[in-house]
Design a protein around this ligand. Structure first.
Ligand code: G6P
Length: 371
């Protein structure tokens, strides 16, 4: 039957709240105590992953941002060079495909015209195979890929993608671990692999803890309702999370939002910072923290108002001009997933305050099946 919003005011909010459950669905039956079950990707997967020397990832929109996160993971943990590109660019250029390259598409719907066209084009270019990571069983993308992994997010109705994105990240972490397992010289030790697997198994309760911050995020959202511009900052794998945060805000609140890697601030965007442009940053506990902290000081020094989502252990506290929301500590590898949630909620509440059509933003479609 038709999907229902139940107790929720919008599908988007319902789908944000479904994330702990669908994230565990995406993991179900795919992990042992120490690693990922490579067969989850299909019977041919182990042989294909063992031969993989590089990866090209193609997607659009939010799915593209998931691909950008995966690049950090795949290079760091599996030691495989990765390129990520939007499908509408890839399909019209003449990409060089080195021997042993695996083609990967990411798509919620499995019907995005540019992504499908890219897949069909890639088949003429000599890749060793095509892996499709997708949410809709039986979609064109699934039918036309050699290997598939379903993200199991369930039907997503809100045009702004939420649970489809976080389950893509789960799938991409599984892919990273599977690849590391099948390759001889992956940087990830067996010990670290086990730690990430254990951390994956605690995702559900940690995501629930973050969703419990909803009313605090709602309070923060009031500072954005009257603004015209916002800047999102992140470093490393959290740069794509900043991009996704900015995309969510644009899509549903119609506020202009840009994302920058925090280290690029002084190469341009700092010129825009003043009290009228709030700056949002995610600050997980990783080895880029000290660098991020000094970037945040640069913003404060120009009178920029900061909103920081920070690990509870990193010692970033609220002070004049800096509002801080603390998130529970999580294994560094999974932090991009967790830090997505408060940014989704922030956009949601800003949009509600501005009275936009949250589930059906103007000019946008859930699935772009024509070019
Ligand atoms: C549209 C949707 C986005 C989505 C993008 C790619 O623009 O509004 O939410 O990220 O298409 O869709 P796909 O189904 O391929 O992930």
């Amino acid at each position: 039957g038709a999907a229902s919003k139940g107790e929720y005011r919008h599908f988007m909010l319902k789908e944000i709240y479904e994330q702990p459950a669908v994230i565990s669905a995406a993991l179900e039956g795919r992990l042992s105590d120490t690693g990922v079950l490579v067969e989850s990707f299909g019977p041919e997967a182990a042989a294909l992953f063992a031969r993989t020397r590089q990866i090209h990832i193609i997607a659009c929109g939010t799915s593209y941002h998931a691909g950008l996160v995966a690049r950090y993971w795949l290079e760091r943990y599996a030691g495989v060079p990765v390129q990520v590109e939007v499908a509408s660019e890839y399909r019209y250029r003449y990409p060089v495909v080195p021997e042993g390259t695996l083609f990967v598409t990411l798509s919620q719907s499995g019907e995005t015209a540019d992504t499908l066209a890219a897949l069909r084009y890639a088949k003429t270019l000599g890749y060793i195979g095509a892996l499709g990571i997708c949410n809709v069983p039986g979609s064109s993308l699934v039918r036309e890929s050699d290997l598939t992994l379903m993200t199991r997010a369930g039907p997503e109705i809100g045009v702004a993608s939420t649970k489809a994105f976080t389950t893509q990240l789960v799938a991409l972490m599984l892919f990273t671990l599977a690849l590391a397992k099948c390759r001889d010289k992956a940087p990830l030790s067996a010990d670290e692999q086990t730690k990430i697997v254990q951390a994956l198994k605690t995702l559900m309760p940690i995501c629930q803890q973050v969703l419990a911050l909803d009313s605090e995020i709602e309070t923060l959202s009031q500072a954005f309702a009257e603004k015209h511009h916002t800047l999102f900052l992140g470093r490393g794998a959290h740069y794509p999370i900043a991009l996704e945060g900015a995309l969510k805000l644009k899509e549903i609140s119609y506020i202009h939002a840009e994302a920058y890697p925090a280290g690029e601030l002084k190469h341009g965007p700092l010129a825009l910072v003043d009290s009228e442009m709030p700056v949002i940053s995610v600050a997980p506990n990783d080895d880029l923290l000290e660098k991020l902290k000094s970037n945040l000081q640069e913003v404060r020094a120009r009178g920029g108002e900061l909103f920081v989502f920070a690990d509870e252990n990193v010692g970033i506290h609220a002070q004049d001009g800096i509002q801080v929301l603390h998130l529970p500590h999580i294994h560094e590898a999974l932090a991009p997933l967790l830090y997505t949630l408060p940014l989704q909620l922030l956009s949601y509440h800003v949009a509600v305050l501005r009275g936009t059509d949250v589930d059906q933003p103007r000019n946008l479609a859930k699935s772009v099946t024509v070019e």
